[in-house]
Design a protein around this ligand. Structure first.
Ligand code: 5AD
Ligand code: SF4
Length: 443
């Protein structure tokens, strides 16, 4: 196959750490660099530019950047013209410190300034850019090129967070909440659908806090936006992540009842089941309020699959607090969940608080994960024998095999030699594996 950018095209290697927002941003940066004549490569060794799109949420995530940069030293020594850029939340948080610690880095670019990346490379903008400009970076990124897209895509509708949970760096690295305007979101969604997308996951650090002025000139909340996207012909599935319980507005809950394209899957982090710890975390709700919210959501959409995030070993957490979290998990019944050992992050309110002993936190994490794994297994087991809709996203390793996602976001492997990527098929679930399901096409 001939190279669309010509034989002289420069090669860009991007490594993405962390959340889906970074996955989306990496795609948009690839497009911005595409306009400069760069094509993506999966082989770091042949790259003219290596871009690391980083995550700062926990210490381990941030440290990964420095070990990866260390591994790039021989490559840079052999090819001094290789450009190395650090993007994302570590770039935002540490800025010039990154180049002081790792002089092989050429560029440091924070999440709000990706549109300046080509100018930075040309030497027309500073090599370190981590400001929060007034303009919307998406307005300045080039339109996605009119190529076919995979059937499931991300679309960022909101960035930043004003919640200031005591453990979290996001309000500092991603800044204050900014919602993208309705017209741009609808335009982007239509464009994605025109290029073969059937499922869109709306992204935001606090996505259900999205608000804007609608097509009717009125203030819209997130539920109203979803209803508008539900009117797009050919868009079969809508998902969103990540949400805060306090922004689950009535209209959003009602949208789960009314909009058939809105999938019965909700990631709603609670972090802890202890009121004392929730208060210390500045979550601004109690365990009981969360449970009552779940009841209302399940009233609107009885088959809703719920997932969550948990932090164990938050400063001050006692055995009783931990037990309260286990009880909450038992009461809700999660389809799956992410759980983390608390990691003190510089600049956050909880940073200096006395820590729970590490071994105690480890033991709690194990206990909590064992419970969540049991719930995940039970959820998957309950799918066996059911007929689910699966959107085929890629072919599997076996010949004739397709892999896709069910409405509940489980990966499903199906023997379907005639099927095509992008088909939305009815699949009868035959069995469950550790993290996926297997099924057969159903009439
Ligand atoms: N330590 C551990 N986990 C954290 N998270 C955010 N900050 C921290 C931290 N300092 C987790 C929360 C959040 C998820 C994205 O990461 O559970 O919901
Ligand atoms: Fe961080 Fe989420 Fe809390 Fe915002 S709501 S501060 S992103 S954990």
């Amino acid at each position: 196959m001939s190279d669309p950018a010509g034989p002289a095209a420069k090669k860009l290697f991007i490594k993405t750490y962390g959340c889906q927002m970074n996955v989306y941003d990496s795609q948009r940066m690839a497009e911005a660099m595409g306009a400069e004549g760069y094509v993506l490569t999966e082989d770091q060794a042949e790259a003219d530019m290596v871009l690391l799109n980083t995550c700062h949420i926990r210490e381990k995530a941030a440290e990964k950047l420095y070990s990866d940069l260390g591994r790039l030293k021989p490559l840079k020594a052999a090819r001094p013209d290789l450009k190395i850029g650090v993007a994302g939340c570590v770039a935002q948080a540490e800025g010039a410190e990154i180049i002081r610690r790792m002089p092989l880095v050429d560029l440091v670019v924070g999440p709000q300034t990706y549109h300046r990346l080509p100018a930075m490379l040309r030497g027309e903008a500073p090599a370190i850019l981590t400001d929060f400009p007034e303009e919307d970076k998406f307005d300045h990124l080039p339109e996605r090129r009119a190529t076919r897209r995979a059937p499931a895509a991300f679309l960022t509708v909101q960035e930043g967070c004003d919640k200031f949970c005591a453990f979290c760096v996001v309000p500092y690295t991603r800044g204050a909440e900014v919602s993208r305007p309705v017209a741009r979101i609808v335009h982007e969604a239509r464009d994605l659908v025109a290029r073969g997308v059937r499922e869109i996951t709306l992204l935001g650090q606090n996505v259900n806090g999205w608000h804007g002025i609608g097509e009717d000139g009125r203030e819209w909340g997130f539920g109203r936006l979803i209803r508008a996207l539900g009117d797009i012909e050919g868009l079969d599935r809508i998902r969103y992540t990540t949400s805060h319980p306090n922004d689950m507005a009535d209209d959003l809950i009602a949208a789960h009842r009314d909009v058939p394209q809105l999938m019965p899957y909700l990631h709603l982090p609670v972090q802890s089941g202890s009121d004392r710890i929730l208060k210390a975390m500045n979550r601004r709700h109690t365990a009981d309020q969360y449970l009552r919210l779940i009841d209302r959501i399940r009233e609107a959409r009885p088959d809703m699959m719920l997932t969550s995030d948990f932090i164990v070993g938050f400063p001050g957490e006692t055995d009783q607090d931990h037990d309260a979290t286990l009880r909450l998990i038992e009461q809700v019944g999660f389809g799956t969940a992410f759980s983390f050992k608390y990691s003190p992050r510089p600049g956050t309110p909880a940073y200096d608080r006395p820590e729970v002993e590490s071994a105690v936190a480890d033991a709690r994490l194990q206990e909590l994960q064992a419970l969540l794994t049991r719930q995940q297994k039970a959820t998957q087991q309950a799918m066996v024998g059911r007929t689910l809709r699966v959107l085929f996203e890629k072919s599997g390793r076996m010949t004739g095999q397709m892999v896709g996602k069910s409405d509940y976001l489980h990966s499903v492997f199906v023997d379907a030699p005639e099927a095509r990527i992008g088909d939305l098929a009815k699949v009868r679930i035959l069995e469950t594996a550790a993290n996926s399901l297997r099924g057969e096409l159903s009439a």
